[in-house]
Design a protein around this ligand. Sequence first.
Ligand SMILES: [Zn+2]
Length: 224
Amino acid sequence: MASLGALHVMAIYKRHIYMSELKERRRVVIPVRAGNVMAEFISFSGDNTEKEHIAIHFTGKQKTNEIPLVRIHSECLTGDVFGSGRCDCGEQLDEAIDKIDIEAGYILYLRQEGRGIGLYAKLDAYDLQDQGYDTYQANEMLHLPEDDRDFAIAAEMLKAVGVTQVRLLTNNPDKALQLTQNDIDVVEIVPTGVHVNDHNRQYLETKALRKNHTLDTEKLKKQS
Ligand SMILES: [Zn+2]
């Protein structure tokens, strides 16, 4: 089958890109959440994209499982830093910190803003959304890929810190698939909550419908 063949070639290509051997560069403890959470920030050397991705390690206040809980989070300046109501990134990140601080594991913070299109292009897309187009239509109109995120680097970051088995905190089946394709054993998928408000409802519904995210669409309708 041609498409499977192409997928296989892509997987090999991606693997080849990161053959550059990602290695830990430094570990630094940063107290976050007003000092209530000790987070160990890990930098890497050997990433030829030079995007400065970061792994954040939590030792776990009530660790019961030897297999770390892992969240792959793509940078969202507006959501993560300013609590934007146009998406749920800030809430997703907070939820990940809460859960992983208890259970032990890693947040892989990938510097691929706006699904990989960058901050300025994301703002251009928001402007189109204000004119009535959805996230994916807006990206199409800007001639940008609807999702340019690459999760293969996350697998290399995990290997660099010595992790080959994970419990993955996600509603996005593509993340689990890409980790698996890059030799990480996803032993369990732990779903994240739904963080809906009046501004991001359409964004979340679009994500569920168009990208097979395992969001509870009934819950989206009920919460207001
Ligand atoms: Zn966001």
